[in-house]
Design a protein around this ligand. Structure first.
Ligand SMILES: [Zn+2]
Length: 162
């Protein structure tokens, strides 16, 4: 199953549901019931509304983990990144669908829900968000996003004579 299809078929209310302060516009994830940015304003308690994060973001820092935590033995090395979401909150999560060497600062990623681990013989399964490169989401990128300018559009005077 593709990342994009997995994302579509997961009910959004179970995903990145945060909250937004309607007074100052700050978005929080996990959701908060009061706005720290507005702590001097007691009315912020009534100004918080549910807000759904898109899951789109950009890697701002990352670490390649070689020593597996219990339950992650099958997955090393893996990458844990700090992702700046387009809405503001910074999330921490594993980056998948890319070799550790392929992760870099500025990589555009999208959150997706994955099974994180199974716990013991009881088979308790933990789910959570992970991040995958946005470019590999099956060509469903938002409209209006353009690629890099081709080198052939460089000024003619910079080219060597034929
Ligand atoms: Zn606020």
């Amino acid at each position: 199953m593709s990342v994009a299809r997995f994302w579509r078929e997961t009910p959004r209310r179970y995903n990145l549901g945060g909250s937004k302060c309607t007074t100052c516009g700050t978005v929080y994830f996990p959701p908060r019931s009061v706005c720290p940015e507005c702590t001097s304003h007691r009315q912020s308690i009534e100004k918080m509304v549910p807000f759904q994060l898109s899951g789109d973001g950009e890697v701002i820092s990352y670490t390649i983990v070689h020593d597996a935590a219990e339950g992650f033995e099958m997955q090393v090395p893996y990458v844990v990144a700090l992702v700046q979401t387009v809405e503001g909150p910074i999330l921490t999560g594993q980056v998948v669908n890319v070799e550790p060497d392929g992760v870099r600062i500025g990589l555009k990623v999208r959150a997706t829900f994955r099974k994180l681990r199974e716990e013991g013989k009881a088979g308790v399964i933990h789910y959570g968000y992970k991040f995958a490169p946005a470019e590999e989401s099956g060509g469903r990128r938002p409209a209006g996003r353009t690629g890099t300018v081709p080198a052939t559009e460089a000024p003619a005077r910079d080219r060597a004579p034929a």
